[in-house]
Write a protein that binds this ligand. Structure first.
Ligand SMILES: [Zn+2]
Length: 236
């Protein structure tokens, strides 16, 4: 039986578990075995809830990106918000994604605040759709797939990016090769307007593959901690 002058309710015990200072409750707990038992039971219950939440509802970083961009269906959005409510790490990730997206707004050439240099890549060689598929037969034989148009080569500073668009079933695939940049930590993002369509890592030799890409006009962004290279008007 509870012997406390003011028996604490569950909400107060939960707040205490969360680390909220409550000197009066702490004093009561020393004296009241019944409240100590309830506190222990609530603690166990909360831990198992957190474990279940972690297993089923932990969104991937890609999904958090879609959440930030407002691309998540409402039902899932509520689950993610529940997750974020209980996850400081998740909230930090979301805040970081938001500030990253803010930094992309506008055509920023250089943002000293973020210490991220943003370069816009120039097309240095490429056939483009208008020039016709001159390389197509050779590449098609090599890769066993039809080629939309030739390899497009972009350059920004010392970095060059070669891009091939291939048919892959009902959608398309983009094969890329980055050279002149440290591949460690490099990622490739595919943006359609303000929406992030895909993110893939660049492997240790500079290759990346974007699969299941719908036809359209994109901005491809090569990102690293201190540099971003944008390829605007990239047609797939
Ligand atoms: Zn009590």
């Amino acid at each position: 039986m509870c012997t406390c002058a003011t028996p604490p309710d569950d909400a107060r015990l939960l707040a205490f578990l969360d680390g909220e200072p409550d000197a009066a409750l702490a004093t009561d707990l020393v004296k009241c075995a019944s409240c100590r038992e309830r506190l222990a039971a609530l603690d166990t219950q909360q831990r198992s809830l957190m474990i279940n939440l972690r297993q089923s509802d932990t969104p991937s970083s890609l999904e958090l990106g879609e959440y930030v961009l407002g691309l998540i269906p409402d039902a899932r959005k509520r689950e993610i918000e529940t997750f974020l409510h209980g996850s400081e790490r998740g909230r930090a990730d979301v805040a970081q994604l938001r500030s990253y997206l803010d930094s992309l707004k506008g055509d920023i050439e250089f943002s000293p605040l973020e210490r991220v240099q943003v370069l816009v890549a120039e097309l240095v060689r490429g056939l483009g759709p208008a020039a016709g598929p001159a390389f197509a037969p050779a590449l098609a034989g090599l890769r066993g797939a039809a080629v939309d148009d030739g390899t497009r080569l972009y350059r920004a500073g010392d970095v060059s990016i070669a891009l091939d668009v291939m048919e892959s079933g009902s959608s398309r695939m983009v094969l890329g090769l980055v050279s002149g940049a440290e591949a460690e930590g490099l990622e490739v993002e595919l943006w359609q307007g303000d929406a992030l369509a895909k993110v893939v890592p660049v492997d240790e030799v500079g290759n990346f593959t974007l699969e299941n890409v719908a036809r359209g006009k994109y901005t491809l962004a090569l990102t690293a901690p201190e540099i971003e290279i944008h390829v605007p008007g990239f047609d797939v």
